[in-house]
Each structure stands twice: as C-alpha cells, then as structure tokens.
Design a binder for this molecule. Structure first.
Ligand code: ATP
Length: 373
C-alpha cells in the first residue's frame, strides 16, 4: 500500500475517518522524512487534529494504515509508539517541579535515573531555561510553560514529535520569537516534527513542507515556495497569500505557452513553467493572480505587454506596512479584484473612492491551477 521510501520516517494512508455520520478524513496520505518539519495547515475543522491524533494513536482510523520507521503501528497503543505530542495547553503537572515534569515520561518509560538526571539540564538548556529545575510550573509564564512542555518532549528522545497548535495560547510577539526558536531547535536536534496550525504565516516561516487540508482532504503537499508559487487548486491559492481567481477557456497556443480566453473575452498568453503540461485545448480552467502582482494606474501608461482591466477603485484599507485595495471590475469576472501594495508603493494610490483606474497584470504572473479544488 505504501510506495517504498527509504527516507520516510512516517507514512500514513489512505486514511478515512468518520465521527457518527460525518466523514472528517478522506483518503489522507502523507509521508514525513527523517529530520523534516512537516506542517498540517488548514482552516478550523478540516481534520488536522484528527490526523495528528491518529498518528499519535489516540484515535483509530476507519481504514488506512500508519507506519513509523518502516513498522506498521496502526494497532499499537499510543504509549507504545515512539512519538510524543505537545499540546496547546502544555498539559504540565501543577503539583510537580519543572524537573519532575520533564522526568515524568522518562520514568514511565523506565529510563535509568542517572540518565534522566543527565537529560534534564540538557533539555532545559536547549529551551533556554537552564537552572529552572526546582521551579513550580505554576510560577511560570505561558512562554516558559510551553518551553518546559517542549523540554519534556525532547528529553524522551522520540523518533517523531507531534505538535498541536503549540504556540496558539501565546501573544503575537512571543509567538513570533518562539516560531524561530522552535525551528532552530528542530534543526539542531535533527528531529522530525508534524506541526498543526491554521496560521499560514506560521506554516510558511517554519516548515520544510506543508500539507494543506480542506474538508478532510489534503489538497497539496509541497515546500512553502511550491505552495505559494505553484498552487494547484483555488483553495490553496486563496488560503495561502490570497488570490484573485478567474475562469478561462484554453485556446490553441504555441510551444511553452498557454493561450487563454477569460470569461470577459480578454485573451492572454501565459508562459508555462518547465515541466508544466499544456492544458487540453477547449478545457475550462481556473487561473489565479496574486494581489501583490496587480498594479494600479490612473492613466493609460501601462508597462509593455501587460494585461489591462478597467476598474473602479472602491476601497483602500491601510495595513501599516502596505495597503489592500479593492477594485470593481467593469467587464471582467470576478467582479472584484484585490490588490496589495507594499510600503512606499501605497502612496501611488490616492485615498479616493469611486475613481476609474486601470489594473495591470503581467502574463507571467498568471498561474493556471491544476484542479478546481
Ligand atoms: P481546529 O483547528 O479547529 O482544531 P481541525 O482541523 O484540527 O480544527 P479536527 O479537530 O480534526 O479539525 O476536527 C475535524 C472535524 O471532526 C470537526 O468537525 C470536529 O467537530 C469533528 N470531530 C473531531 N473529533 C471528534 C469527536 N471525538 N467526536 C465527534 N466529532 C469530532
């Protein structure tokens, strides 16, 4: 059932899972390499936590298998799997000291006391909390508690660490700091992480690869760059970075380019990436344009070769380091186009409303989506 993959530490698939009448996972297959940071990303309720719980052994799949280090562990109880889970709410014992919290799992696993005493300061140093051995966990801040939960997880030396929104309870600044710390720690330890989040920026910052979930399915697995630059579905394009999605008909084109006709009759020649196959002539496809790739002009002074759309500037939302502009399109579908302008560029747009503008897009900034999603 699994393709042979020497590098794979974890392989799951094809997993199906229902709770009562509702199917929450559909044919979920995934492979995680040794030392890899894999993120399960998607909106609330799409099945990320259920996938993680199946990997941990807290839930059983209705069908499909879980294999760890080449061994089928689908029927193995959670406590016998070589994995450790870090939860959003730390799950530390309030009546135990930091050292005893870290030692707890190792004692359950019958690690010799001498070895436990050696690993505690080592794990604390890794999370930058040396000297905290005798503190009560109730005297710690949220960030410190999450570091202790991590220290406890890595002290047990699992083959795989599972993390379910571990930074979700922290404020934004601490969250950003911890993202980088966690990523550095993961690289230093060479440990594989499966990390659940609904925050796309967090996923982009930390991951080697991201699996994008939607309604219990994985829509795409790829590096942050691949997911952003080559989204396969409308959902992925929109969920990661936002996108303007158009429908287009494929017309006969030339070598290495796709000739497309949008619903409003605009025609464009889209260069294909190396290895990207030419869609079938006559097929209806979806194309995506990133908001930051759209330029707004007041006069007809467009750069050579750009695709132009006549529009009305409806709204400008300032975001501090840039702004988001909403345009109502004259003939084109969709009716609304979102434009993102960074830093100084935002001054190019006046704070006017209901003024006619021209939106310009370069053909190489139009992506053809493989599926509708
Ligand atoms: P979130 O980010 O909100 O945690 P998620 O992507 O992790 O979302 P899951 O927690 O996996 O999603 O839940 C997927 C669906 O399964 C949801 O509709 C949820 O209500 C349902 N679900 C999860 N666990 C159970 C359970 N034990 N019994 C019944 N339904 C459940």
């Amino acid at each position: 059932m699994f393709p042979v993959n020497e590098d794979a530490l974890l392989e799951i698939g094809p997993i199906n899972k229902s709770f009562a009448a509702s199917q929450v996972l559909r044919d979920v297959s995934l492979s995680v390499r040794k030392g890899e940071f894999m993120t399960l990303l998607g909106p609330s309720g799409c099945g990320k936590t259920t996938t993680l719980r199946i990997i941990a052994g807290f839930e059983s799949p209705d069908s499909g298998r879980v294999r760890l280090n080449g061994v089928d562990v689908t029927e193995t109880p959670a406590y016998d799997r070589d994995v450790h889970t870090v939860f959003q709410h730390y799950a530390l014992f309030p009546h135990l000291s930091v050292a005893d919290n870290i030692a707890f799992g190792m004692r359950m696993d019958k690690v010799p006391e001498e070895e436990i005493r050696r690993r505690i300061p080592e794990a604390l140093a890794m999370v930058k909390l040396s000297g905290f051995e005798n503190r009560r966990t109730t005297s710690l801040s949220g960030g410190q508690m999450q570091r202790i939960a991590l220290a406890r997880a890595i002290a047990g030396r699992p083959a795989l660490l599972l993390l379910d929104e571990p930074l979700g309870a922290l404020d934004l600044k601490l969250r950003k700091e911890m993202q980088l710390e966690l990523k550095n720690l993961q690289k230093r330890l060479g440990l594989a992480f499966v990390y659940v989040t609904h925050d796309q920026e967090e996923a982009m910052t930390m991951s080697d690869r991201i699996a994008v979930f939607n309604h219990g399915r994985i829509e795409q697995v790829g590096t942050p760059g691949e997911i952003y630059e080559m989204p396969k579905t409308s959902f992925v394009a929109d969920f990661i970075g936002g996108a303007n999605i158009f429908s287009a008909r494929v017309l006969p084109g030339s070598q290495g380019r796709a000739h497309l006709k949008l619903e409003d009759e605009h025609e464009l020649d889209v260069p294909l990436d190396p290895g990207e196959s030419l869609p079938e002539v006559g097929a209806l496809v979806k194309v995506a344009i990133r908001p930051e790739r759209v330029k707004v002009y007041y006069k007809d002074e467009l750069p050579f070769g750009s695709l132009r759309f006549e529009a009305i500037l409806k709204d400008t939302v300032f975001l501090g380091d840039g702004c988001q502009i909403y345009l109502r399109m004259f003939q084109s579908l969709p009716e609304r186009l979102t434009v993102a302008l960074a830093g100084g560029d935002r001054y190019a747009v006046h704070d006017d409303k209901d003024v006619p503008v021209i939106a310009a897009v370069q053909p190489e900034d139009v992506y053809i989506l493989e599926r509708d999603g």
